[in-house]
Design a protein around this ligand. Structure first.
Ligand code: HEC
Ligand code: HEC
Length: 390
């Protein structure tokens, strides 16, 4: 037995970058704040899979699919041996490990592609922006989540397998995936390191990362329609702009509904709410709007045509989904989705004189007037310093 290079550099780089990306994807999967990192590692994983599929034919001996292409029977026999504690040692991938590799590669493709659809439909961002409706994306978002959970289970199985095998054959398999070396009989095919290929990979990944974080995100924030009206630091809020269709507008609606409070975009409440609000216009939260019948009808038409039921924006879709069909909310701030999204805001932020009221959407949403309510346009204002004299 002699110390032999089994795993070439590109294979090891692939393995550990994929593992890190997967962990990062999980850590950044909740909430909007880390979305740019989540999406970045998603694209990176897809690119890594494409690389690995190529390397399965072009890589060095033990990285090729032909050396770890086992049938179901062989795999079953091997797993039985493992259970009995006396499995054959494989210098390359063993049948159980190989199964995990193929399943993980397939799941990475599934999760990556459904992620692109989710981003395109749910947020109207990314490669598939505007291709899918919110409700179409909802189904694929479930596939995206289920696939990620399945992948996590397979990863746990894979790690358990590595631990068991390492004990069974008294060798540290994880370390050999770092160093590339294993003990092998003389005559075992040696891998060549493929340093050039690894260098190209590393440069490509660094280049992609540099472009993504230094250029792509900054540029999207700079071009955002609300830029200039409010300072948004790209470092703090590395989000991207709304790229869906521009929302319809109405001068009459702005005139009649924007004098006492800022206008509330119609997509924030369902049709039935606007019908009720306009039917009660003479007793509008305690004030009489004093609108004549034709004006009421015209404003109502605009409100109804663009109500939440039309799913024009992510907020519209989610508000519509969250309100039970037999309930007619008169306030946006009473819809379950709104309540859920604003539950974690501190009382001190609501008390901030720059906010004052829950209905003062524009205090925190720079694009409230446009009605899009994008993540990137959201920022809670800092309370001004307390004056020294009272
Ligand atoms: C004369 C002043 C006035 C005008 C004009 C007016 N509103 Fe209001 N609106 C109010 C007041 C007062 C409230 C209650 C504010 C509060 O309690 O926070 C309110 C609240 C609302 C709310 C609830 C906001 C929430 O989620 O808490 C909606 C929706 C609304 N108005 C829609 C409209 C529409 C649509 C129009 C145009 C047809 C309109 N308003 C015109 C005075 C006005
Ligand atoms: C005090 C600041 C503040 C005010 C005022 C406020 N919001 Fe928000 N809003 C937030 C924060 C913070 C989030 C992000 C919550 C999260 O990421 O889970 C948010 C999230 C949202 C979202 C979800 C956006 C998304 O894509 O995740 C919508 C829609 C929204 N707000 C609508 C409104 C509307 C409509 C009003 C006015 C009636 C309003 N907000 C008033 C702070 C505010």
């Amino acid at each position: 037995m002699q110390r032999t290079l089994i795993w070439d550099l590109p294979t090891r780089l692939f393995h550990w970058t994929l593992a890190t990306s997967f962990a990062l994807a999980w850590l950044t999967s909740e909430g909007d704040r880390w979305r740019s990192i989540h999406v970045f590692v998603g694209y990176l994983m897809l690119a890594l899979v494409v690389f690995r599929l190529t390397w399965g034919f072009a890589g060095s001996h033990f990285s090729r699919f032909s050396t770890f292409w086992f049938g179901p029977r062989e795999t079953a026999v091997y797993l039985k041996q493992v259970v009995r504690g006396r499995a054959d040692r494989h210098v390359g991938h063993n049948p159980a490990g190989s199964l995990a590799i193929y399943v993980l590669l397939a799941l990475a493709v599934l999760v990556g592609l459904t992620g692109i659809v989710t981003l395109g439909g749910d947020e109207q961002h990314g490669l598939a922006a505007t291709w899918f409706s919110f409700s179409q994306a909802l189904l694929l978002k479930k596939v995206h989540k289920a696939g990620a959970i399945l992948m996590l289970l397979v990863v746990f199985g894979h790690i358990a397998g590595v631990v068991v095998e390492s004990f069974l054959h008294r060798e540290n398999l994880a370390r050999s995936m770092v160093t590339g070396f294993k003990m092998a009989a003389a005559g075992t095919p040696k891998a060549s390191a493929h340093k050039l290929m690894a260098g190209v990979m590393l440069l490509a990944m660094l280049g992609f990362g540099g472009w993504w974080f230094a250029y792509a995100i900054d540029r999207q924030v700079d071009e955002a329609p609300w830029h200039g009206s409010k300072e948004i630091s790209a470092a703090e809020e590395p989000h991207v702009k709304f790229v869906g269709k521009a929302l319809p507008d109405s001068a009459q609606w702005r005139d009649e509904c924007g004098s006492c409070h800022a206008v509330f975009y119609p997509a924030l409440l369902p049709k039935r709410s606007w019908q009720k609000i306009m039917a009660d216009q003479s007793d509008h939260f305690g004030t009489d709007l004093g609108l004549d019948a034709p004006t009421t009808a015209a404003v109502l038409r605009f409100l109804v045509d663009n109500a939440a039921d039309g799913h024009q924006t992510e907020a519209a879709f989610k508000i519509d989904q969250s309100v039970p069909k037999n309930v007619t909310p008169l306030r946006i701030t009473e819809t379950p989705y709104w309540i859920r999204k604003h539950r974690e805001i501190a009382a001190s932020d609501w008390a901030n004189p720059l906010v004052k009221s829950k209905a003062n959407c524009a205090a925190c949403h720079a694009d409230a007037d446009a009605g899009t309510f994008e993540d990137g346009a959201m920022q809670i204002p800092k309370a001004p310093a307390v004056p020294a004299s009272k």
